[in-house]
Design a protein around this ligand. Structure first.
Ligand SMILES: CC(C)(COP(=O)(O)OP(=O)(O)OC[C@H]1O[C@@H](n2cnc3c(N)ncnc32)[C@H](O)[C@@H]1OP(=O)(O)O)[C@@H](O)C(=O)NCCC(=O)NCCSC(=O)C[C@H](O)C(=O)O
Ligand SMILES: [Mg+2]
Length: 349
């Protein structure tokens, strides 16, 4: 791995200096759009003000014979909508690094939209070597095209080897903005026997012991993704980058979508992907802290102004640790309130 001093060294002469602190952005939902479909792309202008990030997808879900159209559509989109003025992030998911398409995609994106793209999402990242490669490639292209600030990287955690290496992936470059859990490819990579894209499975349960009277034994469904979330969240938190939940494929089941997003939120994730317009509101509601929780967190901060000591609030013990928990909640709410007037009013900021 890089030395402490070398970590922030520009990787190409003329490349923009790497970020020392990540830009503070609200990213509750990463909204996927298929940029090759003119009909959908034409609606991004009206959707963008309702989301935190628009992601132009070039990878899975884009047919092999439409990859060129998707790349062209992405460049067009970056010019058609003023994402910066809207305070909306523009991300692009490129094809994987062993695909025949990624090299032209990265070269074209940096040349034609380098200063308008905030984050490049890299699929199927297996280890830090994938980040080293794309980091160096981007630095050379940014220097060549005079890009003024580094494009950030976001890895999808969707292979068994990637999960094994997640800590090194998270710390592989100052460009790293975050990591998303990709449940579909990860299930395939692990040979999990499910065709679902995220969420629970009715077969994954624990059951109580047999009853003497032979009566029915209670069983409870368990969370297939808990271990992976915890490993990803720890790797991201330790390296100061953001963990996200990826796609929820049951578009017809908003209740289960909300539960999967809420599990991610409670485990420390900053946001999730929205695949369909119906999932935008779910992500916005789940990844904006509950106003009642924020109000209680404010009381904790007020009860211990210097963050030390102990206090009882509504019968609950508060101390230095819960003060830090409360600060996480209130800082997140403040950041959302600065961008979202509806929540600014709900939080009372
Ligand atoms: C999933 C979809 C194909 C569904 O599209 P459609 O059948 O058109 O849905 P509707 O008829 O309900 O659409 C209603 C209107 O909404 C528009 N629409 C649909 N999707 C979007 C969207 N993402 N953004 C904006 N607008 C959208 C439709 O055009 C309809 O408009 P109108 O006709 O004017 O009423 C579709 O939602 C879709 O393609 N979503 C994106 C899917 C995607 O990106 N998949 C890849 C990410 S998940 C993945 O790769 C797995 C991951 O990597 C892992 O391994 O886990
Ligand atoms: Mg995938």
């Amino acid at each position: 791995m890089k030395t402490a001093r070398g970590f922030f060294k520009p990787l190409a002469i003329g490349a923009p200096a790497p970020w020392r602190e990540l830009p503070a952005r609200v990213e509750r939902m990463i909204h996927f759009v298929p940029p090759h479909l003119d009909k959908v792309r034409a609606k991004v202008g009206e959707i963008a003000p309702t989301v935190d990030v628009i992601l132009a997808n070039l990878e899975d879900a884009i047919p092999a014979d439409a990859k060129g159209a998707a790349l062209a559509g992405t460049i067009a989109l970056s010019r058609e909508v003023d994402f910066k003025a809207l305070g909306v992030g523009l991300w692009v998911r490129i094809n994987c690094l062993n695909s025949p398409w990624h090299l032209d995609e990265v070269a074209t994106l940096v040349e034609k939209a380098g200063d308008r793209i905030d984050v490049i999402m890299v699929p199927k990242v297996e280890g830090p070597w994938d980040i080293f490669y794309i980091d160096q490639l981007l630095a050379s292209l940014e220097a060549k095209h005079g890009v003024t600030r580094p494009i950030l990287l976001h890895a999808i955690l969707e292979t068994a080897e990637g999960v094994m290496n997640v800590e090194q992936i998270a710390g592989a470059s100052p460009r790293m903005q975050g990591i998303s859990l990709g449940p579909a490819d990860l299930a395939a990579s692990r040979a999990m026997k499910t065709t679902r894209v995220g969420g629970g499975h009715p077969g994954y349960r624990v059951i109580e012991d047999p009853h003497a009277d032979g009566s029915a034994r209670a069983s409870v469904q368990q969370d297939l993704w808990h271990y992976t979330f915890a490993k990803m969240v720890d790797a991201c938190a330790a390296h100061g980058i953001k963990p996200f939940y990826g796609p929820f494929g049951a578009i017809d089941d908003p209740v289960a979508c909300e539960q999967q997003f809420r599990n991610a939120f409670l485990m420390g994730c900053a946001g999730a992907w929205s695949l369909h317009p119906s999932q935008i509101a779910i992500a916005k509601q789940v990844f904006s802290p509950d106003p009642a929780e924020v109000a209680f967190a404010k009381r904790i901060l007020e009860a211990m102004p210097d963050g030390s000591g102990v206090a009882m609030i509504d019968g609950k013990m508060q101390d230095d640790a819960t003060w830090k928990q409360a600060k996480v909640m209130v800082d997140c709410a403040r950041q959302i309130a600065a961008k979202d007037a509806e929540y600014a009013a709900l939080y009372g900021f």
